[in-house]
Design a protein around this ligand. Sequence first.
Ligand code: PLP
Length: 400
Amino acid sequence: MSASINENFLKLNESYLFSEIARRIRTWQESNPEVSDKLIRMGIGDVTRPLPKTVVNAMIKAAGEMGEPETFRGYGPEQGYDFLKEAIRNYYTKFGVELNPDEIFISDGAKSDLGNILDLFDKKNTVLVTDPVYPVYVDTNMMDGRKIILAMSSEDNGFLPLPSPEYKADIIYLCSPNNPTGAVYNREGLQKWVDFARENGSIILFDAAYECFITGDYPHSIYEIPGAREVAIEFCSLSKKAGFTGTRCGYTVVPDTLTRGEGNLNKMWLRRQTTKFNGVSYITQRGAEAVFSQEGEKEIEENIQYYRDNAKIITDTMDKLGIYYTGGKNSPYIWLKCPGDLDSWDFFDKLLKEVYVVGTPGAGFGKSGTNFFRLTAFSTHDNTREAMRRFEEFVSQLVK
Ligand code: PLP
């Protein structure tokens, strides 16, 4: 007798993108030590601004409470404290969305829940992802052996694919504003997906991790779309909104109106979480609550505006150079077409070697990214300006 493994793991692609980028940078640095300090990283998906003061103070206060017998807390509710659920419920009312607190589940971030939610679904379900894609959607389903269908995107659809008969699938992933393309669905586009899911009995897993970057009249939540409560689960995160990438807190909304067969998905998720998860720390949840306070929102808006200003520096450069791109306006990501029709890895190498700027090759997010490149606004103003000055110089030489 011996334990047998989940062989689906053997079929996973190497998680190759960021390690390959690191390898190429290292090789370049070793052979060019005299300029290696000039490197500017514009490919990072992690925030660079510290936590807002209001959040830090709330966590210090909560840590103090944990050290006193009267206010110490042990295990909390697996699905999150009422004070935080209430703060999130209030936040949704700004978008005209009414949630019941039992529909909100606090998590340690969107990534875990995006993977864990698959416990609720049959491994025989088919899955649709838009390509290019946040790799987590693909890998978590490959681990379960599900069949994955790709909805390809391109300049033709502005990197916002719409439903089509060949995209029928049991589970549909949508991410808006999108990582990596920064493209954002308008109400009409999302309504088409909701209608499509309703016609086919599909469930939409809606990733709203970047909703805080929206400035125009675009939906922040899929529940702004009529009919979504019967077809969608929403994932959100404080990572990019409030700099929680290292602090870890997010939330998932599972409407109590979402059912399939005999199962109520809200009840199933509660059962799953109370069995396999013991909640997010009290200290973190108090910090998260402060994110939604008046003072917290003000400080967070300053940080987000800082990134938006970086995004504008980048998009202004693309406009000036006449380069096609998506994103940057409602997103920290700018997805640009490689000048000179270069392959994304060739463009990466040239940009690194000639002007010491690093971005992320689009090919790492799927076939549709072969000739595209992702830049991010998570940097300082000075570095962004300098990187764009060099980018402009480089592209002008390239297309001469
Ligand atoms: N969803 C998308 C599209 C992301 O880009 C990320 C992080 O980069 C996540 C989810 C994960 O967020 P969290 O830090 O909350 O796990």
